[in-house]
Design a protein around this ligand. Sequence first.
Ligand code: THU
Length: 129
Amino acid sequence: MVDYANLIDKALQAKKHAYVPYSNLHVGAALLCDDGTIFTGVNIENVSYGATNCAERTAIFKAVSEGKRNFLAIAVVSDMDRLIYPCGICRQVLAEFMVPLVVVSNQSGDYKVYSTDTLLPNAFTDFDS
Ligand code: THU
């Protein structure tokens, strides 16, 4: 059973570290591994906007680079009063690492839970060469 409120809280704490000189939108993510460890991430922007890394991918890349491969859920929060949904690139990365659940929250902790399959139906997952 995933403690959604705790995961959201970790994401809310993390978002203060967001590097957002261009959008000023602080985004935080918290990724729960199957061993109970949690990796947080923030969005890290760049003057060349396309080089920006979203909070979700930061959390996933931190975890994978520390040897984690099995995930239970990711929470994502921002400064906004409404829920924040992962971008298309992040959805593809969520599919790659089979993060099954995405908890989208506002800054008050109101949330909804989606399966990654719902957010990215018919994901591109493999190919024949
Ligand atoms: N952003 C995220 O970090 N995660 C999302 O789910 C959506 C958007 C960031 C990217 C950029 O730094 C800022 O939010 C505005 O697009």
